[in-house]
Design a protein around this ligand. Structure first.
Ligand code: SPV
Ligand code: MN
Length: 625
């Protein structure tokens, strides 16, 4: 360590905090912490190990500093983000790219030198008078081929507390790293706070990701998706690392679906935010490994996946005792839960779609709230924000999978792609091959926008692999990596596409929320060769009799031939239009698109045109037999 760095750390870190940092003999780490202290100027710095007393300290500070307020139920707290800080801010999130790095036009970038100067100027002195926390985490299970070490310095105890619920502690992992330089770094400050303890200068919010140095800067924001460094910020870094090293870093859940005779089959699934991802990962009766981010590697010729995280930062809207009994129980019984941006009245949390009437006043993300109140932007403020969330450890869930921390992960049998699509895809179908699944399902995914990101909702948007927001390499290369992944496998996982949001001519959803459990069981049977399917132009389709039996078995419901016909008839013009849209995007905006993408889409268009010529615009699967 150079002398200046050494002196700075010695003078700014007191007693055991200095020792804890020095016990990690890593010059790059020391330089990072010294730089952050010098730049942001915190009053004190607390270095946290994996020790439960350090973790408890951060949790207590979150309350002491009023970043969180305790609720009536023991262990529950609420945190509020600012009115204009309620989702991931795509406009304010940029990749810092050095000269010569070309990421294509779709990504939001800034020159590394200018961007770094800009964000560092905003961070300057921002921790003054405040305590900062140095936190070590391990992405993926510790001590495994998947593990990536990460360090974050933040002046938010809420962020630190959230990370304790969401990630595996990584101080000991850093010890194993020795003086290795292969780790992610995150520097975060909430910036100046208002009296209500929210980031005041939200217009100067910046989330800048230095891809070359694997370093993230975040300032003037508190919302988890912008500040919890090891969620989407590290995902972007991991996608690049995976590209270099030949594995996949995905916006995917991992779930074990139970089949007959005690069988368990693992699936990963990529859905854009707020499109049923967490609720699929948490299906009653199934086993959850993770709900948001997965790393996939080839180990001994097998596709293996781990949950990068060990907790859930989940959307709370529509969580109710009937549809989501497992998480509902966690949210209503003692244990560690951080609620964010919900409504509070008399120490009790309320959220939209919780299955009971909401109070007409209380405290929410706009402050003291009453029904009909207008926010600072003139819009009517809803009781709770649509992107209100809960943060819990997966270990609190009754159905957490025993392989959560397995260093070898789980064997992936199926991969599911799903988006919010009101008019095109059938509720569930299986791809014709790995390449077809990657291209016509994953790379062709579209989804209507939601409140998880700031901006207009309900707009159909291109969302390849549900990972577009985070893909930090040229998109064509990212797709090629998926195509190549199967080449290293003895047997590729089966790819499926689901659509929970299909609507009928009357504009009403054709499926209930619970139906996804049936599609999951069908996919499990299919992977294990236990149900037949009908080969259609867009993929293999379920046979009515199998779904009827599964509806009865899983949901104790009748499933009529009319429902099947409406849900599973191929909507030919819509599917052709979709191909036109997707092809146009790849042709005009993704210069490095592999040729096989165009070939696969063209073949699908041809198949669609052929069935259209024979059977018309709506084609019942039975006609295809
Ligand atoms: C998502 O929006 O996809 C999330 C939450 O999982 S965030 O941390 O905001 O990314
Ligand atoms: Mn997500």
């Amino acid at each position: 360590m150079d002398q200046k760095c050494e002196q700075l750390l010695r003078s700014r870190l007191q007693g055991e905090n200095y020792q804890k940092l020095m016990d990690l003999p890593n010059p790059k780490l020391h330089r990072f912490i010294a730089d952050a202290i010098e730049l942001c100027d915190p009053a004190t710095v607390v270095v946290c190990t994996d020790d439960s007393s350090d973790i408890a300290y951060v949790r207590k500070q979150a309350v002491a500093r009023q970043e969180e307020t305790p609720l009536t139920i023991e262990g529950h707290t609420v945190h509020f983000d600012g009115y204009f800080d309620q989702g991931r801010d795509k406009d304010k999130t940029k990749y810092l790219v050095p000269p010569g790095m070309n990421l294509g036009e779709r990504l939001n970038t800034a020159g590394k030198a200018e961007g770094t100067a800009e964000v560092r100027a905003l961070l300057k002195g921002q921790m003054a008078g405040r305590e900062a926390y140095v936190r070590f985490f391990c992405l993926g299970p510790v001590n495994s081929a998947f593990s990536i070490s990460g360090v974050q310095i933040t002046d938010s105890a809420y962020v630190g507390h959230s990370e304790d619920l969401l990630y595996r502690s990584g101080y000991e992992q850093f010890k194993r790293l020795g003086d290795g330089e292969d780790f992610f770094r995150v520097m975060h400050s909430c910036g100046e706070l208002t009296e209500g303890n929210v980031s005041k200068n939200y217009e100067d919010k910046r989330i800048y990701i230095d891809l070359e140095d694997e370093l993230v800067y975040s300032v003037n924001t508190q919302y988890g998706g912008n500040t919890i460094g090891f969620k989407k910020l590290a995902l972007r870094l991991a996608i690049r690392k995976a590209d270099r090293e030949g594995w996949l870093s995905e916006h995917m859940f991992v779930v074990g679906i139970h089949g007959p005779k005690g069988r368990k089959t693992y699936f990963t699934g990529a859905f854009p935010s707020a499109c049923g991802k967490t609720s699929t990962a948490m299906l009653p009766g199934e086993s959850i490994v993770g709900d948001d981010i997965a790393y996939l590697r080839i180990i001994d010729g097998e596709a293996r996946a781990v949950n990068v995280e060990s907790g859930i930062f989940g959307i709370i809207q529509d969580v109710n005792s009937k549809d989501d009994p497992v998480i509902y129980k966690v949210l209503t019984t003692p244990g560690e839960v951080i609620f964010s941006n919900i409504l509070i009245k008399d120490g009790k949390p309320y959220w939209l779609g919780m299955g009971q009437a909401l109070p007409k006043d209380g405290v929410n993300y706009a402050g003291q709230w009453h029904e009909g109140m207008k926010g600072p932007d003139g819009a009517t403020v809803s009781a709770a924000h649509k992107n209100a969330r809960y943060t819990v450890s997966l270990r609190a869930l009754a159905n957490v999978d025993p392989k959560l921390d397995d260093p070898d992960g789980i064997a992936v049998s199926g991969i599911i792609y799903g988006g919010r699509d009101s008019d095109t895809w059938v509720p569930v179908q299986q791809s014709l091959s790995w390449d077809h699944g990657v291209i016509a399902m994953g790379a062709s995914l579209e989804s209507e926008t939601t409140a998880a990101t700031i901006g207009q909702e309900g707009v159909r948007a291109f969302q390849p692999m549900s990972n577009l927001d985070f893909v930090a390499i040229p998109l064509g290369k990212y797709i090629q990596n998926h195509l190549d992944f199967a080449k290293g496998l003895k047997e590729a996982p089966t790819i499926f596409a689901v659509n929970y949001f299909l609507k009928g001519a009357d504009g009403k959803y054709l499926n209930g929320m619970a139906d996804k459990a049936v599609w999951a069981k069908w996919m499990e049977r299919r992977v294990n060769g236990e149900v037949e399917a009908i080969e259609g132009p867009t993929g293999w389709l379920p046979v009515y009799a199998d779904l009827k039996a599964l509806f009865k078995d899983v949901l104790k419901q009748e499933y009529t031939p009319e429902q099947y016909a409406e849900q599973f008839s191929i909507r030919v013009p819509e599917n052709i239009k979709k191909i036109d849209r997707i092809e146009e995007i790849y042709r005009t905006q993704v210069p490095d698109t592999p040729q096989i993408v165009f070939d696969t889409l063209a073949a699908q268009r041809k198949r669609l045109q052929e069935v259209q010529a024979k059977f018309g615009d709506r084609v019942h699967p039975e006609k295809l037999r």
